[in-house]
Write a protein that binds this ligand. Structure first.
Ligand SMILES: [Zn+2]
Length: 151
């Protein structure tokens, strides 16, 4: 039932637990359906989930109706059956250190590279200076909202 939303947000193959939105933003609580992950050290497949991050991590993902959409993720920690190391799962389309997804990054840099703010502003029917502030705000927001979100 929630798959059309996942499709619209470019999240095919993800589990969407719930959506929360307010006047400023949309939070999409999501995770991966696979019960296994590949060890980054020795490439073995692990099905041994040791724990789950206690905090939700927020990653800027896209925009809907001018509102930023964040993915809220709680990565699992696995123990490798081969080398015994504990590692944290990674997500497709999100670099482990990034505070936004590849999709968000592509959208932002695509806009900045290919078009002037004025053109983008015309398309989004916002004032140019406001769109600039919006873009900058999205960056700043993504930088500082890595903190736990939700409850
Ligand atoms: Zn390993």
């Amino acid at each position: 039932m929630k798959q059309p939303i996942g499709h619209a947000l470019g999240l095919q193959g993800w589990i969407i637990y719930r959506l929360e939105q307010n006047e400023h933003q949309v939070d999409v609580y999501a995770g991966r359906p696979k019960k296994e992950a590949r060890c980054p050290h020795c490439q073995a497949i692990s099905r041994s989930v040791r724990s789950r991050s206690s905090n939700w991590q927020r990653k800027l993902h896209t925009w809907v109706d001018q509102k930023p959409v964040y993915l809220c993720l709680r990565p699992r920690r696995f123990r490798c059956p081969s080398c015994r190391k504990v590692f944290t799962e990674t997500f497709p389309g999100i670099k482990p250190w990034a505070r936004m997804t590849d999709r968000a990054m592509g959208m932002l840099f695509g806009h900045l590279r290919d078009r002037s703010f004025r053109r983008v502003a015309e398309e989004t029917s916002k004032a140019p200076e406001r769109f600039g502030a919006f873009c900058f705000g999205a960056f700043a927001f993504a930088e500082h909202r890595d903190a736990p979100c939700g409850s």
